[in-house]
Design a protein around this ligand. Sequence first.
Ligand SMILES: NC(=O)c1ccc[n+]([C@@H]2O[C@H](COP(=O)([O-])OP(=O)(O)OC[C@H]3O[C@@H](n4cnc5c(N)ncnc54)[C@H](OP(=O)(O)O)[C@@H]3O)[C@@H](O)[C@H]2O)c1
Length: 236
Amino acid sequence: MRTAIVLGVGPLEGLGAKLSQRFSREHHVLVAGRSAEKLAPVVEQVREAGGSAEPLVTDATDERAVQALFAAAGPSLDLAIYNAGNNTPGAIETMDAGYFEASWRVCCFGGFLFGREAARSMKAGGGTVLFTGASASLRGRANFGAFNASKAGLRTFAQALAKECGPAGIHVGHVVVDGPINGDKIRSGFPEYAEKLGDERMISLDGIVDAYEFLYRQSRSAWSFEVDVRTHLENW
Ligand SMILES: NC(=O)c1ccc[n+]([C@@H]2O[C@H](COP(=O)([O-])OP(=O)(O)OC[C@H]3O[C@@H](n4cnc5c(N)ncnc54)[C@H](OP(=O)(O)O)[C@@H]3O)[C@@H](O)[C@H]2O)c1
């Protein structure tokens, strides 16, 4: 069975969990994230649905941990998804330097560690490497300077990786999630905001996962680098 890695898995109703579930239909999935408590129910749900998965506690900013993750995947690695990232709002004038750096470490530097190990692992046999972006990947906005810089850096890193690794049969893609996701992060973290938006103004998790699957299934004679997803009501 081919192996997939999803790094950046949190709650069951989150993108990392949904990606793990979808790709476990055809892959053994290494479900990776910072907290064992969050990974366990995701793996359990995959197994209950007849899929194959295992949890691997991995901090995306830790070079050795990311290398260990790819070592665990071994030569059957076919798909690697970098989904780690939390929004980091804040005005630039009052922003602590450590806060900016921490945002960059998760959203951008971790993507470099991940992409580099994926390139090394897939060099011989090819594969697919996908990165999760946000509205922040494409434009700067007041009070989101740290997140904008980090996600934009991740996007251009992914583009460089795509160009370096394409000839080896490694398809690198980037999904721009342009708006709030209808998942646990917004529903539990910001219930009033979720209520105000309503279902129609939040992007469906299944719809986002479809975009990853679309990229994954493309033939190498017609690859896309990027897919953007937003609701029909998004003001963009
Ligand atoms: N939620 C949204 O509305 C939204 C909108 C646009 C784009 N996005 C992007 O979509 C992706 C997934 O977001 P989501 O909100 O649905 O969350 P999710 O997929 O449910 O979970 C993403 C996970 O990344 C994890 N993470 C953070 N830092 C990490 C690190 N150093 N090492 C490993 N994992 C780490 C977080 O873990 P912890 O739980 O431990 O913090 C979080 O659970 C992110 O890249 C985010 O930027 C989200």
